[in-house]
Design a protein around this ligand. Sequence first.
Ligand code: 0O2
Length: 234
Amino acid sequence: MGQLHNTENMINDIIHLQSSRSLINTLTGIEQNMALYESGIQEIRTKLEILQRDARFSDHHNPIESIKSRIKRPMSIIEKMCRKGFPLSVQSMRDNLNDIAGIRVICPFIEDIYTVADMLISQDDLTLITQKDYIKNPKPNGYRSYHLVLEVPVFLSSGKEPVRVEVQLRTIAMDFWASLEHQIHYKSSHDVPNDVVAELKECAEIIAQTDERMQMLSKQIRCISDNEDAVLKK
Ligand code: 0O2
């Protein structure tokens, strides 16, 4: 069945399994933790904005086109913990879910994704928790992106709190595909027909080839402009 219908069923199951008071207590606890995740996003966003500014001022190619962020809604957190069979508690959320705080970095070219990922991983106040390369190993449906889960320290009045943030890095073209594919699955109240799934996969392959070609073009253009600079300096 479609995603909307599944979520609705899942929430009904949760309500049956949990007493309403205990569900409200868990939801309240989750909501109290949201400021911490917002702060985690703010910390990583600042790091990315500094890298963007550094590229602008040092006249280097800017590997970051844009940055988006989102925080998972408390009901989606509950739904995910139930779906994965995790206990419903704030501690379980902190221990088991890595994508409550999410940042999406859109890059012009494939190589920029690896450049930005390396720049983040090498920062010594960040801890790399997981790394998934869906560009070298695309998902069976054609999904491509590079996912990092990073732990960043957030300094509160009560002390230091480590916060996990999922960073998804993709090209403009990969983002175009993933946004539409997500919409198709999310909006559909039924299973997506096989021919639509196959067509989406084909589009993902075309987009991947186009990304490779754009990467080559960019290299050629950079080479021409480097040669022109060298001639001017003579
Ligand atoms: P939303 O609405 O973006 O939050 P996990 O489910 O995270 O515990 P998994 O499946 O190994 O474990 O995580 P993975 O592969 O790192 O993917 C998590 C996120 O990547 C998803 O979050 C999506 O944002 C994105 N993603 C993964 N696969 C696909 C895909 O096939 N299509 C699209 N459009 N996005 C994908 P959420 O929580 O599903 O959604």
